[in-house]
Structure formats: C-alpha cells, structure tokens
Design a protein around this ligand. Structure first.
Ligand code: UD1
Ligand code: PEP
Length: 420
C-alpha cells in the first residue's frame, strides 16, 4: 500500500497555484456525452478519479486526448449506454453518467457506484428525479436499468440538496422535452460551473447557485461542443493548503482561487485567529500567533462549511489550545480519521455526529492509515506539525483528489516523500 512519509515540524512558507476542481471536472466530463463533437476542457486536474471518468467515457466509445491539464473529449462515436461495472465501482461520481446517457440514448444501465467509505451514500434522489422525468427504472442482478423513450420536463423537489442528484437531473433535463424545475437544489460552485458549461453547449439553464434551477429542455435538438472551457479552481484543495499552512504556523500564498467560493472556509480560519490577506484571485494566510479553538463548527451544504474540509479542520483544531466542537451533518459516518489522529496524540471524543476536540501542545509522529480521501489529507496535515516521523498509508485515496500533493508541500518547505 502506498504511503507518505513525513517528518514534521517545518513551518510552511511560499506560494503555490491551486489545481482545477475535481468535483467540477467530473460532471463536466460526463456532460460531454450530450453533444457530438470535440470539447476542449482546461485545468482538469491529473487525478485518479478523472482517469476513471475518462476510462469510462473511452469504453463507451468517446475519443479522449490529453495534453497536460487540457482534455479533448469527443463523444461523436459513443454507442454504448451500459457503464462497465468494474469502473462504476471505482468512484461515487460515476453515477452522474446516468442523466446524460439517458438523455442521449433514451436508456442506460449502471450498477451502484463505489467510492470512499464515508457512510451510506444512497442514490434514491437521483432515481426519484429521473422517474419524475418519465424514466422507467428496473433493478436486476445488481444493475439499474433506466429507460425513457422521451424524457419530459418535471417539477422536482429534492428532499436534500444533493450535489450529484442536482447535476444528474440538470444533465437529463437539458435533452428532455419541456421545462424541468429542480427545487431545493444544491448551490455549490461546482453546480454553477456545470450550468455554465452546459449553457456554452447551447442548453438553457438558469438559477444554478440558488435553490431553484430551471432548465428549458431542448427535446432532441443537437447541442454543440464547447471548444474552450476552463474549470473553476478547487476550493477544497485550496482550503487544505491553507489549513496545512495554519497547522505549521506558517505563511503561504495561494494563486488561482475564487474568493467567494472560499468564504465559508476563510470565515472559520479567521475565527481561529489566522490572518488572511486576499487579492483578486489569491489568498495569503499567516498563522504566527496562538490560534483559538472553535465553539461550533458544523458542516452544511454550500454556502455552509464544506464536509470535505471537516477532516483537515479537525487536524488543525487538534493542535489548537482549548476545546472545539465539530458537528458533521452531511454524511453519516465521516469521522474515521479521528481514530488515526488519536494515534498521533490528539484528544478527540466522538459522540454521534459530534467530535469534541481538546487541543494538545504537540502531536507525535505515528504509523496511520487513511481510509478515505479527506481523511488522508487530514493525516498528512497533522503529520506536518507532529514531532518526528509519520507514515500515512493509503496514499491512493489522497491521489483521488490532490494533484502532486507531495511536490506542492515540498515546495513549501515540508519534508515529505511518497513510498510506492
Ligand atoms: C464528486 C463530488 O462532487 N463529490 C461531492 C458531492 O458528493 P455527492 O454528490 O455524492 O454528495 P450529495 O450532496 O449527493 O450527498 C449529500 C448527502 O445526501 C445524501 N443523499 C444523496 C443522494 C441521494 O440520492 N440520497 C441521499 O440520501 C448522501 O448520503 C449524503 O448524506 O457532494 C458532497 C457534499 O458536498 C461532497 O462531500 C463530495 O465531495
Ligand atoms: C467525498 C469526496 O468525493 P466523492 O464524492 O467523489 O467520493 C470528496 O471529494 O471529498
């Protein structure tokens, strides 16, 4: 199992550019199924999940070519509507292929998606929405078959503002007949990015970023390829580097950020006492003083504090004097990193969906294992501040979301190597 070996204690300083967003790139790549032609998408991060998505699209018949972070995607020859099960299981977001495949081929076959172990992740909201749009759904031998000779616009109220369900229904709605309204839609910046990309194809979508999204379906009309699109910067990766700077009481500047997207994270970092200076697309964080604990940090859908930053933030709070209370409201079981942080000397008690964190003066190096992507990031962050050497097993989880993490951290002065 791959691992990061980190010798802690170095204060991070310097400047790095933030990669493009994984969670924007994935649905945008899936949406290229909706048009037949060459799409050029820029700043797509070089990550395991992106490779899985492009592998799936290639298996379906798409032509994919890659030059650095620029992907050319041509789905003109796609003629398969069954997503290979082995690849489907590789990651959760393979589920967002359902909407565009159903829109284009009137039928789709998928299996339940895989992904990180962060609790049960049902897809009932995706399926309910598609069914309201006229899809007939059948489950057999672990596969889900959906058919809709003519998808029709529908008024859909999501029980929870699910990011993936909102994306799937937006993509299905684009080729449906008539108007689709998604109420209680997710408001994440990645939803706005998908809307922008789909509208560049010729779709008519309004409202992304608010809780009501309206899609004027174009029936079977052809959508055109998007010849030049750059995905938004990854706000979670940016947040992770800021927390890494804070835990080492360092000073780091990030380039390529959208400040508005970062505000839920910046607000909490400010509350801990980190100093933040912002320019148009950059943030400088300095953590040169004693940081403060947080009485209440709750994860929430955007614009709340992102669940994907919960684990990295827990690592930081584990080193901040006083007691912090952190509540996870988005996923049912996303505290697996707490046990590993305890191996490093952290004082964390879990009570249901709440973590009570009593800051310690020093974490100590240990052998730990990441069970999911952000847990891995949290353990690497903790290791940067710990006394002595830490080995974080499970680097493959981290590689799902962070491009060249070890190189970026090394360039900021960290002592980190990756072992195969
Ligand atoms: C690739 C991608 O963009 N991943 C992000 C996306 O995941 P993802 O799209 O899977 O997350 P959702 O917003 O759908 O899930 C949020 C909550 O809703 C529940 N739910 C979801 C769908 C459904 O049909 N039924 C249901 O009950 C989930 O179990 C979870 O408890 O948003 C999450 C929440 O911000 C982030 O942590 C992930 O990084
Ligand atoms: C949970 C995450 O991703 P996914 O939804 O792809 O599992 C994440 O990015 O933290």
């Amino acid at each position: 199992m791959g691992a990061y070996v980190i010798t802690g204690g170095k204060s991070l300083s310097g400047k790095i550019r933030v990669q493009g967003s994984k969670n924007s790139s994935l649905p945008i790549l899936a949406s290229t199924l909706l048009n037949a032609g060459k799409n050029v998408i820029k700043d797509v991060p070089n990550l395991k999940d992106i490779k899985v998505m492009t592998d799936i699209l290639e298996k379906l018949g798409a032509k994919v070519s890659k030059s650095g972070n620029i992907l050319e995607m041509d789905s003109s020859n796609v003629n398969i509507w069954e997503v290979p099960e082995d690849l489907m299981r590789e990651m959760r977001s393979s589920i967002v292929l359902m909407g565009p495949l159903l829109g284009r081929f009137k039928k789709v076959r998928v299996s339940y998606p895989g992904g990180c172990e962060i609790g049960p992740r049902p897809i009932d909201l995706h399926l309910k929405g598609l069914s309201l749009m006229g899809a007939t759904l059948r489950e057999k031998h672990g596969f889900i078959y959906a058919e809709a000779p003519a998808l029709r616009g529908a008024d859909i109220h999501l029980d929870f503002p699910s990011v993936g369900a909102t994306e799937n229904l937006m993509m299905a709605g684009v080729l449906a007949n008539g108007k689709t309204i998604i109420r209680n839609a997710a408001k994440e910046p990645e939803i706005v990015d998908l809307q922008n990309f789909l509208n560049r194809m010729g779709a008519d979508i309004k409202g992304a970023g608010t809780d009501t999204i309206k899609i004027d379906g174009c029936g079977s009309d052809e959508l055109k390829p998007v010849e030049d699109y750059t995905v938004i910067p990854d706000r979670i990766v940016a947040g992770t580097y800021l927390v890494a700077a804070a835990i080492t009481r360092g000073q780091v500047t990030l380039k390529n950020v959208v400040l508005e997207h970062m505000e839920p994270i910046l607000a909490k970092l400010r509350e801990t006492g980190c100093k933040l200076e912002c320019c148009d697309d950059c943030i400088n964080l300095t953590a040169d003083t004693t940081l403060r604990s947080l009485d209440s940090l709750r994860t929430l859908p955007y614009p709340g504090f992102p669940t994907d930053m919960q684990a990295p933030m827990m690592a930081l709070l584990a080193t901040v004097e006083g007691t912090s209370i952190l509540t996870e409201t988005v996923f049912e079981n996303r505290f697996k990193h707490a046990e590993e942080l305890r191996r490093m000397g952290a004082h964390i008690t879990i009570n249901g969906n709440t973590a009570i964190i009593k800051g310690v003066r020093k974490l100590t190096g240990a052998i730990v294992e990441a069970k999911d992507l952000r847990a891995g990031a949290a353990l690497v962050i903790a290791a940067l501040a710990a006394e002595g050497e830490t080995t974080v097993y499970g680097s493959s989880h981290v590689e799902r979301g962070y491009e060249r993490l070890e190189d970026n951290l090394s360039s900021l002065g960290a002592e980190i190597v990756k072992k195969k």
